[in-house]
Design a protein around this ligand. Structure first.
Ligand code: SDX
Length: 437
C-alpha cells in the first residue's frame, strides 16, 4: 500500500482534570483551519469516551483534499479557490487535481482524458439490470443498484491493496457515472440507451447520452455544456460531509470501491444532504408565487413545524456558501440561454433569498442559501427532470468520494471505523418466562 505520511505538527497540549485525575491531551495543527485535540489515547488512559452525535466538533481524519472555512465562506480544492476553478478550469481537470494532487500539464491532461474516455462504456450485461426496475423507479434507487453492481463486473480493479487497481477503479467510476446516469434517465422516459462517443468531451458526452434520440442529430449547446461542467466542478468534493464519511467508513472495512461509492450514493439521496436540490425546487414550486413566501418563512421558523427552507442552512457554512454564489451565476447564464430569464421560480428564489437574509431568525441562526438552492432551477432549465437532480450531484461527487476513499486507504493511521456510544439502556436483568410476565 503506498502510504501518505502525516503532515500534522504538534501544537501544544490540553490538560483534562476529571474525578481527581489529570490527563494531558496533545494538540495537532494542520496547514489551515482549527487545531485538533488528539484523543486517540484518551479512552486507554482514562476510560472515558468523548460524545459528539453528528460529529459537529470531531475531525474524523487528516486530509489534503478540500478545505472549508465556514465563517469566511472559503472553499479550496487542493488549495485552489472554488470560484477560480469554476471560472478557469474544467471538471476533468479538477478530477485530475483531486486524484493526483496537481493541475495537469497538457500531456498529463491528454493522457487522463484518454483514459477516462476509454472507460466510458459499461458491460452490456448491465443493461439487464436496468430492465429489472419499474420505469417509474426513482433514478437514485437505480443508481444505488447499478453502481453497486459494478462490483460484479470489474473484478480486475477491486483489490484495494493494489495502487494500480485503485487507480483503474477510480478512472472507471469517474468515466462510467455519466453513462449510468444517462441510462437511468433514458430508462425512466422509455427511450433507447445512447452509447458514449469518444469524439466528445466528458460533459458533452453526458448531455448527448441523456438528451439525444436515434431519430435525429443532437446538437451540443456549448454554453449549456460549459454551465453543466461548471456545476460538476462546484459539486466535486466537500470535505467530510455525510456521504463522503459514508464512503470512508465503508472503505475502512476493506469493501471494494464500487460498493463504497454505492453507499455514498445512498447517503447523498437524503433530503438533508444531496436530495436537497430536488427538495428545494419542489419547495419553490409549492411556494409558486412571491406573495406566498411569508407563510413559508413563518412555517420554517415554527419549532413545532418540521418544515425547513430547503436549500438554506449548512453544517459548516455559517456565512455564505461560495458555491451558491457561483450557482446563481450559472442559473442566470442558463436561463438567459434557454430564454427563461423570466422564469417565475427564479423570481421566487431571489425574493425568498432576499427576505430570508433580512429575517432575524435566519440571520441569528446564520442560515444562508447553500449549493442546492439555485442548482434545481438551473438543472430544470437544462432540461433535467427533478428526479435526476441528485443523480447529477452523485455524478459530480464521485471524484470527491473516490479521492477521499484513496486518501483513506493511504493513511498510515487508517483503521476500521468503529465509533463507541453513551449507553443509557436497561442494566443487566433476568429473563422472565412468558407465563410469569
Ligand atoms: C448539502 O455537509 C456538506 O458539506 C453537505 C453539502 C456537500 O456539498 O456535501 O454541502 C451538500 O447537503 C447542503 C445542505 C443541503 N440541505 C438542505 O438544504 C436542507 C435544509 N437544511 C437543513 O436541513 C440544515 O440546515 C442542514 C442539515 C443542512 C444543516 O443542519 P445543522 O447544521 O445540523 O443545523 P441544525 O439542523 O441543528 O439547525 C440549526 C438551527 C435549528 O434550529 P434550533 O434547533 O437551533 O432552534 O437552524 C434551524 C434548525 O431548526 N435550521 C433551519 C434550516 N436549517 C437549519 N430552519 C429553517 N430552514 C432551514 N433550512
Amino acid at each position: 500500500m503506498s502510504v501518505r505520511e502525516s503532515k500534522a505538527v504538534p501544537a501544544g497540549s490540553a490538560t483534562l482534570n476529571y474525578q481527581n485525575k489529570t490527563y494531558q491531551i496533545p494538540a495537532l495543527a494542520g496547514s489551515e483551519g482549527p487545531n485538533v485535540l488528539d484523543i486517540r489515547k484518551l479512552y486507554g488512559d482514562s476510560g472515558l469516551f468523548t460524545y459528539d452525535p453528528g460529529f459537529t466538533s470531531t475531525a474524523s481524519c487528516e486530509s489534503n483534499l478540500t478545505f472549508i472555512d465556514g465563517d469566511k465562506g472559503i472553499l479550496l480544492y487542493r488549495g485552489y479557490p472554488i470560484d477560480v476553478l469554476a471560472e478557469k478550469s474544467s471538471f476533468l481537470e479538477v478530477c485530475h487535481l483531486f486524484l493526483y494532487g496537481e493541475l495537469p500539464n497538457k500531456q498529463q491532461m491528454a493522457e487522463f482524458d484518454h483514459s477516462i474516455t476509454f472507460h466510458t462504456m459499461v458491460n452490456e450485461q448491465l443493461v439487464q439490470f436496468f430492465r429489472g426496475f419499474r420505469r417509474d423507479a426513482h433514478p437514485m434507487a437505480v443508481m444505488c443498484g447499478v453502481v453497486g453492481a459494478l462490483s460484479a463486473f470489474y473484478h480486475d480493479s477491486t483489490d484495494i491493496n493494489d495502487p494500480r487497481q485503485r487507480e483503474v477503479a477510480s478512472h472507471r467510476l469517474i468515466a462510467k457515472m455519466p453513462t449510468l446516469a444517462a441510462m437511468a434517465y433514458k430508462y425512466s422516459v422509455g427511450q433507447p440507451f445512447v452509447y458514449p462517443s469518444n469524439a466528445l468531451g466528458y460533459t458533452e458526452n453526458f448531455l448527448r447520452m441523456t438528451f439525444s434520440v436515434p431519430a435525429e442529430e443532437y446538437k451540443i449547446n456549448p454554453i449549456l455544456a460549459k454551465a453543466l461542467d461548471t456545476i460538476f466542478i462546484l459539486h466535486a468534493d466537500h470535505e467530510q460531509n455525510a456521504s463522503t464519511s459514508t464512503v470512508r467508513l465503508a472503505g475502512s472495512s476493506g469493501a471494494n470501491p464500487f460498493a463504497c461509492i454505492a453507499a455514498g450514493i445512498a447517503c447523498l439521496w437524503g433530503p438533508a444532504h444531496g436530495g436537497a436540490n430536488e427538495a428545494a425546487l419542489k419547495m419553490l414550486e409549492e411556494i409558486g408565487t412571491v406573495d406566498k413566501i411569508p407563510e413559508f418563512i413563518k412555517r420554517a421558523k415554527d419549532p413545532s413545524d418540521n418544515f425547513r427552507l430547503m436549500g438554506f442552512g449548512h453544517r459548516v457554512y455559517k456565512n455564505y456558501d461560495p458555491r451558491a454564489k457561483a450557482m446563481q451565476v450559472q442559473a442566470h447564464a442558463v436561463l438567459e440561454e434557454v430564454g427563461h430569464q423570466n422564469d417565475p421560480l427564479l423570481k421566487v428564489a431571489m425574493e425568498l433569498e432576499r427576505i430570508a437574509l433580512q429575517d432575524e431568525y435566519f440571520v441569528e441562526k446564520k442560515l444562508y442559501p447553500n449549493i442546492d438552492f439555485y442548482s434545481g432551477i438551473t438543472l430544470r432549465a437544462l432540461g433535467f427532470p427533478v428526479s435526476m437532480f441528485t443523480v447529477l450531484f452523485a455524478l459530480a461527487r464521485t471524484v470527491g468520494w473516490i479521492a477521499q476513499w484513496k486518501e483513506m486507504l493511504e493513511d498510515p493511521h487508517q483503521k476500521i471505523g468503529r465509533p463507541r456510544q453513551l449507553y443509557t439502556g436497561p442494566k443487566q436483568r433476568d429473563y422472565v418466562d412468558i407465563a410469569k410476565r
